[in-house]
Design a protein around this ligand. Structure first.
Ligand code: GCV
Length: 703
């Protein structure tokens, strides 16, 4: 009896082991998106054979040439090469190629870039990753893995790169309680509660992903900041992060609350010219630097949307920024946001930041950077470039874009944002070059879209926006197509036809969203507070500039915001040649028509359609574009792993439904305003306008 029981127990245990092993194996192969673009799946065909023959062997630097950073580079190369070779790299083979890291003795900041140099026909064949410092070598190692993952031959990988911008940073709008403002990928990745003792593995994987695309800084908390994040207990938490990220070349930054000397310091003012306030900030900066010698600095939102700032004391933005700059000294940078506008100011909101900051040109300290959103309102699906770019030649300026898709359908709608960023980077300011050139002395910041969701960004395709941000901040000359191809080959498949199809989906996606949400230069038509779904009918909010009606100005007579000399005059904030290009409603790019002009509903467009006909056609085209992109994706089932194919298909189902919702609700509203019959061939929205107006989403994420 005993023997039988033991046998049964042993069998049960064995079965359990098999089941657990089976489960682990299936989990190991399940594609859940966690590995991002760093999957390094085995190469195929000739590329695989070739890598096997080269049998690359990574030579770890020794002595003073070795550091935590080079250790990471070596580990990444070994693991990445083994994965790419399907585990078949023959170590120690007589003919093997030695991959060497030639990066001096300084850990450095990687700003001098790297070279990838094949030396395969030497007596001792080698492949050299060369840089002035260790971070440069880490960037070079990731670049080598990327090029191999794209199927390139080791012999053909010759690269010499240096980052275009010194600062390439993510701005997290993560709150210490774990909620992410405008975050659509779950809770925050930062586990402040358990820091500093517990460092989540995600913090390393996050740094690794950033380093792989050259991102070198992260502001870890929301610009709508909580003062207590400057308390010693938070400095200890921040230190743990800084220590973990340092080898990856990522510096930490913090958003301080401007009123902290009052909130925390017990002072009765936060006036930037008050000596006690200045001393408080100096002491705070010293305390931070004692813990984190390479602390990056502060990102500040002041006197905007209810945040405290220097104007509370009749001081200027320059007074506020310079006070913090003095506290940091040469050790760090103050990044001051130009996103300021006020409910009390009756001038066009699009003009307020320019009016506020241009008079301050030349008055900011050397270690201050002004951070300017891509457009003059707020990350809308399409805006003209911000008129501040090029208008303050004596001030360093940084471009801020939003990686998280607050106004483009959250994580549920597919919108690849590289074309939008390319549009702004390439825009000629008419004052000393393109936006990309104007921001060259500073860099780019992206409002992060990461969250605790397993795939990091809430949807698989939103990873592409994180990737694109890093790549463009490294090299703003890269085309959206190059980035899309790089990303999808590393993330989904090397199958050429599938890659072409995915690239087509990505490149068409943002324009489709513009068409069904805010066509022809319309903007800010979304629901109040949650910013999801259409609500062009909202006209009665206390803050005028939060009303969609403020932006579209539609009535029976016409639609659009006159920003020419007959209207708000915002056009005059641009360089004369740019203003000239946009001055005439008949010749302006139709994509910006209603941003700058108010036109009648029967205004004749260049294509012969009336404005009303063209508007309706844009909505229809947006909807049918999404249907087309979704159909292309469905056809890709054989080329994509089932988990992620299903996940993306589910998101497309939402987007198709909601594109139609945007179209129907918007058309129903415009029709109610203009009283015109629907143009020929346009299907009237089935439910009445009241239906769309009755919808509410108090539970929408990110608010
Ligand atoms: C962090 C928009 C968003 C706010 C955000 C703000 C900003 O207004 O809706 O959530 O606040 O931009 O950029 O500061």
């Amino acid at each position: 009896m005993m023997r039988e029981r033991r046998l049964v127990n042993r069998l049960a245990k064995a079965l359990a082991t098999v089941l657990v092993a089976g489960l682990a194996a299936s989990q190991a192969h399940a594609e859940d998106g966690y590995e991002l673009w760093l999957r390094h799946t085995p190469l195929e065909g000739g590329a695989l054979q070739e890598l096997g023959q080269y049998a690359p062997e990574v030579v770890a630097p020794q002595g003073e040439f070795q550091s935590a950073t080079t250790d990471i580079a070596v580990e990444e190369l070994r693991a990445g090469l083994a994965n790419l070779a399907g585990g078949n790299v023959a170590r120690g083979k007589a003919t093997s190629i030695r991959i060497t890291l030639d990066c001096g003795t300084a850990v450095g900041d990687g700003q001098a870039g790297f070279s990838l140099v094949p030396e395969l026909d030497r007596p001792t064949p080698a492949f050299r990753i060369a840089a002035r410092d260790h971070i440069g070598c880490l960037h070079g190692s990731f670049a080598l893995l990327r090029e191999l993952a794209l199927g390139k031959s080791l012999a053909d990988i010759t690269l010499q790169e240096r980052p275009a911008y010194p600062l390439r940073m993510l701005n997290h709008w993560d709150n210490p309680d774990g909620h992410v403002e405008r975050g659509y990928a779950g809770r925050s990745i930062f586990d402040w509660w358990h820091l500093p003792e517990r460092l989540d593995r995600r913090m390393i994987d996050y740094a690794r992903a950033n380093a792989s695309i050259g991102i070198n800084g992260a502001v870890v908390n929301n610009v709508n900041a909580r003062a207590f994040m400057l308390e010693p207990r938070y400095i200890a938490k921040l230190k743990r992060l800084a220590d973990a990220w340092r080898p990856y070349g990522i510096r930490v930054y913090l958003s301080p609350r401007f009123s902290a000397p009052r909130d925390l310091g017990g002072l009765d003012t936060a006036d930037p010219l008050d000596p006690e306030v200045r001393a408080w900030w100096r002491a705070k900066a010293d305390e931070i630097y004692a813990a984190i010698p390479d602390f990056g600095g502060f990102l500040v939102k002041a006197n905007s949307e209810g945040q405290p700032g220097p104007q509370d004391y009749d001081r200027t933005h320059a007074d506020g920024a310079n006070m913090l700059a003095e506290a940091l000294g040469e050790r760090g940078t103050v990044i001051w946001r130009a996103f300021v506008y006020s409910a009390e100011d009756e001038t066009d909101r699009a003009m307020q930041a320019y009016a506020e900051f241009v008079p301050l040109d030349g008055r900011f300290a050397d270690n201050v950077i002004l951070q300017v959103k891509n457009g003059p309102i707020d990350f809308q699906p399409r805006e003209p470039f911000h008129p501040l770019f090029g208008a303050m030649p004596r001030t360093r300026m940084m471009l801020e874009v939003q990686v998280t898709k607050e106004y483009l359908g959250f994580a549920s709608h597919l919108a690849f944002l590289a074309p939008m960023w390319e549009e702004v980077l390439d825009a000629d300011t008419g004052r000393g070059g393109t936006v990309a050139q104007v921001v060259a002395p500073a860099g780019m910041a992206g409002v992060a879209n990461t969250g605790a969701d397993r795939n990091w960004t809430g949807s698989d395709f939103d990873q592409a926006n994180w990737y694109a941000f890093g790549r463009l901040a490294w090299d703003p000359g890269l085309s959206s197509e190059t980035i899309a191809r790089e990303w999808n080959a590393q993330t989904f498949t090397r199958d050429q036809r599938a890659q072409d199809a995915i690239t087509d989906i990505m490149l068409g996606s943002r324009e489709a969203v513009v068409r069904y949400m805010t066509p022809l230069g319309l903007a800010h038509l979304m629901g109040t507070a949650h910013h999801y779904g259409p609500a062009p009918w909202v006209c009665d909010l206390a803050r005028p500039e939060w009303n969609p009606c403020y932006y579209h100005r539609a009535d029976a007579g016409g639609i659009g915001f006159d920003r020419t000399a007959t209207g708000s005059g915002a056009l005059a904030q641009y360089a004369p040649e740019i203003a000239q290009r946009w001055r005439d409603p008949d010749t302006i790019d139709p994509a910006l028509l209603l941003w700058f002009h108010r036109v009648t509903w029967d205004h004749r467009m260049a294509d012969g359609l009336t404005l009303w006909e063209r508007l309706a056609a844009e909505y229809d085209r947006g909807v049918s574009e999404v249907d087309r992109l979704a159909a292309t994706w469905h056809g890709l089932a054989p080329a994509i792993d089932p988990e992620r194919h299903r996940a993306v298909a589910d998101m497309f189902a939402i987007q198709q439904k909601e594109a139609l919702w945007w179209r129907d609700a918007s058309l129903a509203y415009w029709h109610s305003v203009n009283g015109l019959p629907y143009p020929d061939g346009v299907t009237p929205p089935p439910p009445p306008l009241e239906h769309y107006m009755s919808l509410s989403f108090p539970e929408a994420p990110g608010q």
